[in-house]
Write a protein that binds this ligand. Structure first.
Ligand SMILES: [Cu+2]
Length: 160
């Protein structure tokens, strides 16, 4: 029965580690009430936020007035809109953060990026591997402590 118990333990550990990252996912409206627009300081907006895998960015704007392009660091710096690959244009564009690292977004309309600062760069933390001192980490911490105890108990059961 050892094999079966091992499977149970692996299952519990998997659920315990994956669940918080999905259950705790946060949806950020870029710019809050200002939405995605010109002459807004998105770096100031982002600087006190921690982004994790599974979180969502929502770009809100009037369709046709703005759009959203995900770009690389150099295109971000120079406000170069990609010629290939379409941008997001719905006016309510939801981007799920899937990988850790820096993400760059610019508006491709006119000189909104270059002259009006309509650009956003964020750093996505590595999900459940991050040493996450998030503002709302109290419940997360309690949950992880609880699951750690469960895993230890299950491990002991497996050994005997
Ligand atoms: Cu724009």
């Amino acid at each position: 029965m050892t094999t079966f118990r091992h499977i149970v333990v692996v299952f519990v550990v998997s659920v315990a580690t994956l669940l918080p990252s999905t259950a705790m996912a946060t949806e950020y409206v870029v710019g809050d009430d200002n939405g995605w627009t010109i002459n807004f300081d998105y770096q100031n907006w982002a600087k006190d936020k921690e982004f994790y895998i599974g979180d969502k960015l929502v770009f809100k704007y009037q369709p046709g007035v703005h759009n959203v392009y995900k770009v690389n660091a150099s295109s971000f710096a120079s406000c170069t809109v990609p010629t290939l690959g379409s941008g997001l244009t719905s006016g309510h564009d939801v981007v799920t953060l899937m990988t850790p690292g820096k993400k760059w977004y610019i508006c491709g309309v006119g000189k909104h990026c270059a002259d009006f600062n309509q650009k956003l760069v964020i750093n996505v933390q590595g999900g459940w591997f991050a040493p996450a001192p998030a503002p709302n980490s109290a419940t997360m911490y309690g949950y992880q402590t609880f699951m750690t105890v469960v895993v230890i108990v299950l491990s002991i059961i497996t050994v005997f």
